[in-house]
Each structure stands twice: as structure tokens, then as C-alpha cells.
Write a protein that binds this ligand. Structure first.
Ligand code: LLP
Length: 419
């Protein structure tokens, strides 16, 4: 992780010493690198150089306003999945016309909100949703721009909870039904068909599922256009994986070189392209600093109890996910390490952050949980009435506090006592 590296024995985030950030803002603390985000984005931009393309950051990965601002200023659009996310985009200075709205359960109110804002496209996931969207748009004397999410039925070989392009899950329209559903969409007066989209899963580290999905989607493009329905854009979703634990996903530009070759070979090279990357833009642009509260040796296992927990970092508990855990100050060469279960203070056995980690640490020292930029803060909770962690965004030698640490009072704001 070039933007989080040791200088001497001290971990730095760009040009800032991590231990000084922890000192200034307390722990647990999320630390993001702006340069890391922009460099991840640059790989996609290189891949699309000279093409008509729009990168829509899938903001569910990290929807903090300061993070959204970085991408909005860099020209990105956004892939949203709720009216709340739309409000965040607008609050961060994003442009509504560059927003696409995904998700299987859009409400009528969210449809009206998005139509009023003037978003670029609704990525529709079912026939029933098409009918409702057409009705809502017609009632506003508008036509909603739509794309239909098709299911290429390829196996992305990732964790079952985050694989979404297979037949037996709730997302999208089956490949076999797609043409019929497009004909239906084209017949509805409140809709304007503008594109086609797919998203096959997340943390994909292999090129093959993408290449297979592209073939399947282009087959549909041919069939749909042959039926007289023009498609202005192809949205290929997100899903590209990152290196958590020595995985070797393709670089975005290398992957797209291969995908674009397929598009060109089939004569679709000048169609507008859209993508919805989330994790690959922010996952390795963030770390979470945490302090060791207690060491608790045991007969079977030794526990390293830290002040970050499953409410801050839910991925290990939810997906058995691996995050590297490293010290902010490296121990001297030859220091004796102990194998620990790194766990948080939450009252659940499932509250673990790392299994079997060799560390040379003492209580009061600090650790960094790596690859914590995606699906950590955005999935955090207040379980055990723990306030959400603070977040800083580092830009060279400057750190901007982009989220203040939540107080207990913040966590029960909006609740009411009985009379
Ligand atoms: N587009 C759609 C329609 C999606 O459902 C998703 C993610 C993305 C784009 C962005 O995918 P990405 O590029 O981030 O892989 N919480 C899980 C990941 C859930 C992904 C949900 N959909 C995790 O922590 O691994």
C-alpha cells in the first residue's frame, strides 16, 4: 500500500505520522489517503482514455461526504441505492445528471425524489419496478431514463454473500427474460430506455468472469437493438477486487483493455460506457487506527483486546473477511511476538477483527487495521451504544477531520422518553 507505508519504524499515511493522527483525534480512527483514492481512480481513467465513458463511484462502499467530494471534484458520477445516498451526493456537490440509481427496492417516494433531482438513469431490477416507475414518472409529466439490470449468470468465484450475477439471487432480470422485459419497457409511456447494465459480484480477483459477462451482455445488446430498441450506454457495474491478503486482482486499466477489445471486436466500441466501482476506488485508501486496551493470555488462546470493534469494522464478523493488522510503531528486529486473537469490546463472540495474528504489542500501543476504506464506516453501527469513529482525510501533510467522533448523546438523538 504505497500511501500507507513505514518510514523508519513509523507508519505514515501519505506524509502524516499515523501515531500523531491517533494522538490528535483519538481511536478508533479511520484515516483515508486522498492520493490513494485518486490513484485508484486514475487506473480506470487510463483504461478509458479516448473513450466516451462515465465512472460512477458506488458510494455504498464509503459514503462519507469528504470522500464523495474527492470523487465529485475528480469528475465522477455516483451509483446510489437510496434516496438518502442521493441527498449525500447533492450535499457533497455531486451532479444529479451523473447519478445512476440501482437497487431492487426503490420506493415511489425515492423515484419521485430522483426524478425531481434529474438523475441520469434508473437501473431497474424487475418488471414490477418498470411499471411503478413509469406510473410515477407519468404522473409528474416526465419520462424516466432507464436501463435494465440483466443477469449474465456467470460465477464470479467470490464469497456467496457478495456474488450477485447468478440466477438464484434477488438481483436483476434473467438473461432469458431480458428481451421480453426490454420490449415491455419500450412500450411504457413514462419510460425512456437508455441503456443496459449488469453487476456480477464484488471482490472479484479474476478476469474470466468479467470477460464471460461481457460476452453475455453484448449478445443481449445485439438482440435488443435488433428488436428496434436503441441502447445509448452499457453499464458494466463494479466488483473489481483489491489486495487484502496477497490477492492479485487485475489492474483496472489492464482489465478494461481486454474488455474494450471485446467491445471493439463486436462493433460496440463507440457506445457510451459506464461503470460502478466501489471497493476498488476506496478499499485500500483507508485504514483504521485502534489502541490495544488489554492483553489477556489464555490456555488455548491469547486475546488482544482493542478499542475498535465489529460495529466499526463489521467485515470479519459478517464475511469472515481478512484485514491485515500492523503496528503503528514497528517493534525492534528480533522482538518476541505472540499469536493473538484480535478482538473488540463488543459483547459477542463474533466480535473479532483478526485470528491468529503474530504481534509484539503491549497495552497502550496502537495498531492499524488495513484495507478499511470500503464497507467499514458505511456499514458501521451503534451496537452497544458505541459512537461511530472519527474520520480524517489526509492530503499530503494536511489532515482534514471529515467526521467528528459520535458522542453517546448523538447515538440517541431522535429517541423519546415515555410521558
Ligand atoms: N453496483 C452494484 C449494483 C452493486 O450492488 C455494488 C455492490 C457495486 C456496484 C459496487 O461493487 P464493488 O465495486 O464495491 O465491488 N459489503 C460487502 C460488499 C457488498 C457489495 C454490494 N454491492 C463487503 O464488505 O465485502
Amino acid at each position: 500500500h504505497p500511501h500507507f507505508s513505514y518510514r523508519g519504524n513509523e507508519l505514515f499515511a501519505e506524509d502524516m505520522r499515523a501515531s500523531e493522527l491517533a494522538q490528535a483525534h483519538g481511536t478508533p480512527l479511520f484515516v483515508y489517503s486522498k492520493a490513494a483514492m485518486l490513484s485508484a481512480l486514475a487506473a480506470y481513467q487510463r483504461g478509458f482514455a479516448g473513450r466516451h465513458a462515465q465512472i460512477c463511484y458506488a458510494m455504498k462502499a464509503n459514503s462519507s461526504l469528504g470522500v464523495l467530494q474527492v470523487f465529485a471534484r475528480a469528475g465522477c458520477g455516483f451509483d446510489i441505492v437510496s434516496g438518502g445516498e442521493l441527498e449525500r451526493v447533492l450535499a457533497a456537490g455531486g451532479e444529479a445528471r451523473k447519478v445512476i440509481f440501482s437497487g431492487v427496492g426503490k420506493t415511489r417516494a425515492e423515484m419521485r425524489q430522483a426524478l425531481t433531482a434529474g438523475i441520469g438513469c434508473f437501473n431497474v431490477e424487475s418488471e414490477a419496478e418498470l411499471d411503478v416507475l413509469s406510473e410515477v414518472a407519468s404522473s409528474m409529466q416526465l419520462r424516466a431514463p432507464v436501463s435494465i439490470r440483466v443477469n449474465p449468470n456467470v460465477d464470479p468465484k467470490t464469497h456467496p454473500y457478495i456474488s450477485t450475477g447468478l440466477k438464484d439471487n434477488k438481483f436483476g432480470v434473467a438473461h432469458e427474460d431480458a428481451l421480453r422485459v426490454y420490449r415491455h419497457a419500450a412500450s411504457l409511456k413514462g419510460l425512456e430506455v437508455v441503456g443496459i447494465d449488469c453487476h456480477i459480484g464484488s471482490q472479484i480477483t479474476d478476469t474470466t468472469p468479467y470477460l464471460d459477462a461481457m460476452d453475455r451482455v453484448l449478445d443481449l445488446v445485439a438482440a435488443i437493438e435488433a428488436a428496434g430498441i436503441a441502447l445509448a450506454h452499457i453499464d458494466f457495474g463494479g466488483g473489481l477486487g483489491i489486495n487484502y491478503n496477497n490477492e492479485t486482482p487485475p489492474e483496472a486499466d489492464v482489465l478494461w483493455q481486454q474488455l474494450l477489445a471485446k467491445l471493439d471486436a463486436r462493433g460496440y466500441g463507440d457506445k457510451k460506457l459506464m461503470i460502478e466501482p466501489g471497493r476498488s476506488l476506496v478499499g485500500n485508501a483507508g485504514i483504521c487506527l485502534t489502541e490495544v486496551l488489554y492483553l489477556k493470555p489464555g490456555e488455548q488462546k491469547n486475546f488482544c483486546i482493542v478499542d475498535a470493534a465489529m460495529n466499526d469494522l463489521p467485515r470479519p464478523a459478517m464475511y469472515q473477511a481478512f484485514h491485515a493488522i500492523v503496528p503503528l510503531t514497528q517493534a525492534a528486529a528480533g522482538a518476541v511476538t505472540t499469536t493473538y486473537e484480535v478482538v473488540g469490546p463488543v459483547c459477542e463472540s463474533g466480535d473479532w477483527i483478526g485470528h491468529d495474528r503474530a504481534l509484539a504489542v503491549a497495552a497502550g500501543e496502537q495498531l492499524a487495521v488495513m484495507s478499511a476504506g470500503a464497507y467499514c464506516m458505511s456499514m458501521s453501527s451503534n451496537y452497544n451504544t458505541r459512537g461511530r469513529a472519527a474520520e480524517v482525510l489526509v492530503d499530503g501533510q494536511t489532515a482534514h477531520l471529515i467526521r467528528a467522533r459520535e458522542t453517546a448523546a448523538d447515538t440517541f438523538r431522535g429517541e423519546a422518553l415515555l410521558p
